[in-house]
Design a protein around this ligand. Sequence first.
Ligand SMILES: Nc1ncnc2c1ncn2[C@@H]1O[C@H](COP(=O)(O)OP(=O)(O)OP(=O)(O)O)[C@@H](O)[C@H]1O
Length: 263
Amino acid sequence: MSTHAPAVAARAVELSKTYGTGDTQVHALSAVSAEFARGEFTAIMGPSGSGKSTLMHCLAGLDSASSGSVLIGDTELTTLSDKQMTQLRRDRIGFVFQAFNLVPTLTALENITLPLDIAGRAPDAVWLNNVLDKLGLQDRLGHRPGELSGGQQQRVACARALAGQPEIIFGDEPTGNLDSKSSGEVLSILRAAVDEFHQTVVIVTHDPRAAAYADRVVFLADGKIVDELRDPTADSVLDTMKRLDEPASVSGGAHALATDAVV
Ligand SMILES: Nc1ncnc2c1ncn2[C@@H]1O[C@H](COP(=O)(O)OP(=O)(O)OP(=O)(O)O)[C@@H](O)[C@H]1O
């Protein structure tokens, strides 16, 4: 990776997303501004419907915002043509989503290397082996997705996202379907991508133990960033979640403080 790479891997600037009109209008995101530093692991948390997936999909160029902008490195996504957007997603971004999106007719290994094959790039053999070892996939590479358990399919999707060493990896509940062992393996490899390869990871999770693998946790509520934690532990994440569940009069001070810290 270039030593001149910008310090911020992804940035949302005054990002708003509104669904519907009139009485049924939903403000999924309300002027969210956030930076995701290069070489850092961030977890996004918040109650159901708070806008986590919407934020992640906008950051990853999978959905467009109603207003505001998203930058991946120095590239503003709204300036890109469809073709440029496809290339950016393919070359610079890795995705691990709950719906694994594996190709059923390809083997696990073929699924893992598919994005690289399409891009005409060869995987770094040492890195790929490391990923396959850490995710315990070496003896499953010849199997098709239908012959793998849910947890194994999720690990294949994770290996696919990591294989090309993209600048930034987005995960929407990447451990949502996994038992605690598989979950730990996926989170450890995401942590290694950050620590050993200076990649950037942003995941949405409901699980405080998963969030504890991150360097930073950003909390959303009602489409706004309301708090942030550095060097989280499962306990500090739980405490913050409880505090944010308290009535607005009690937690209002924390909201104002956190918003200042993030913007
Ligand atoms: N396509 C859509 N049409 C209308 N409303 C939508 C659409 N997608 C999301 N929403 C609404 O936007 C809000 C934010 O949704 P989002 O999926 O981002 O929340 P979330 O925090 O990821 O929730 P969860 O934890 O349940 O996955 C919710 O109120 C949701 O109902």
